[in-house]
Design a protein around this ligand. Structure first.
Ligand SMILES: [Zn+2]
Length: 308
């Protein structure tokens, strides 16, 4: 009996090993990972996108111009925040709305700002250096900007609100983080057409992707989690999107769930071996993978065009 069980387990393992990505479903728009990767490089070339810096304002102009060219409605929400240290920040949430008339809407969001400090750098001398933000800020923004082009060319079956939130990663403590998401959350109740659910993309470019189901999302927005992971499975990406619950992460989805907008976080919290690139100067394009960006872009494309 014991041998039988072991054989069965090995067979299940073998089946999973031979499952290969099948690519986009017939009739779905194609998501181009190389194009998304070029957008990561473009953002990093602006310099760190820390509120108040030239890189931040250059990226804002570029992002808004890009979205204006494909979305029927682009809204920039400018707001301010005084940090625990007494600094006053001017912050910008950018919202691009596709099919603005549609009453059934899905929210897709990411943060576009980058962290002012490399808190996790091994060398203490480097901890004051801003992160380049290729993965942390850059990857989610690149995927959503590519999706914007897709939604512009092939109208989605429902309304889509693409939200780029600012001030997620300012810090150093949580009081000065998630600023854009908190701002958006404060407006949700008054929205005329409130999204039925949200999908947050954060740190979606690691070369060895492993998207565990984030614990808080599973607890409060499991319907959304299951929609995303089922879409990944249909595309043959079950290995990168396993049916396993991972750690709880404090991120932009928390304020949204807090105001009753069920939102799942798609996040790979191991960036590089042992998470060695996260919040360090090593968060560069060379540590981001076009293949992973494509996989995540395809999953969201499949989610949207299969009816959400
Ligand atoms: Zn971060």
């Amino acid at each position: 009996m014991r041998i039988g069980i072991v054989t069965a387990i090995l067979l299940i393992g073998a089946c999973q090993e031979t499952r290969v990505p099948v690519g986009p479903m017939p009739g779905r728009p194609r998501f181009d990972g190389a194009a998304a990767f070029a957008l990561v490089e473009k953002q990093v070339a602006f310099g760190p996108r820390v509120p108040g810096t030239s890189g931040h304002s250059a990226q804002l102009d570029w992002m808004v111009a890009r979205l204006d060219s494909v979305a029927p409605e682009v809204v920039v929400d400018t707001f301010s925040h005084v940090t625990a240290a007494g600094d006053s920040l001017t912050l910008y949430n950018v919202l691009a709305r596709f099919r603005p008339e549609a009453s059934r809407r899905i929210l897709l969001l990411t943060h576009w700002d980058t962290r002012p400090t490399s808190d996790e750098a091994q060398d203490p001398e480097q901890r004051d250096v801003p992160v380049p933000g290729a993965n942390d800020g850059g990857s989610g923004t690149a995927v959503l900007l590519e999706l914007a082009a897709i939604f512009g060319a092939t109208p989605p079956p429902m309304g889509i609100d693409l939200l780029f939130v600012d001030g997620e990663d300012y810090g150093p403590t949580i009081d000065d983080m998630l600023l854009g998401a908190r701002r958006y959350a404060s407006t949700v109740e008054a929205l005329e057409a409130r999204p039925v659910y949200g999908v947050l993309l954060d740190l979606v470019g690691d070369a060895s992707p492993r998207f565990l189901q984030e614990e808080y999302s599973v607890q409060v927005a499991n319907v959304v989690v299951q929609k995303i992971w089922r879409a990944a499975e249909r595309l043959g990406y079950a290995q990168a999107f396993p049916n396993l619950v991972g750690d709880r992460v404090m991120d932009d989805h928390v304020p949204l769930n807090g105001v009753g907008l069920p939102t799942a976080n798609v996040i790979d919290i191991e960036y590089g071996p042992g998470n060695r690139y996260w919040h360090t100067p090593e968060d560069t394009p060379q540590n981001v993978s076009a293949t992973t960006l494509e996989m995540v872009g395809e999953v969201v494309t499949e989610l949207v065009y299969s009816g959400g």
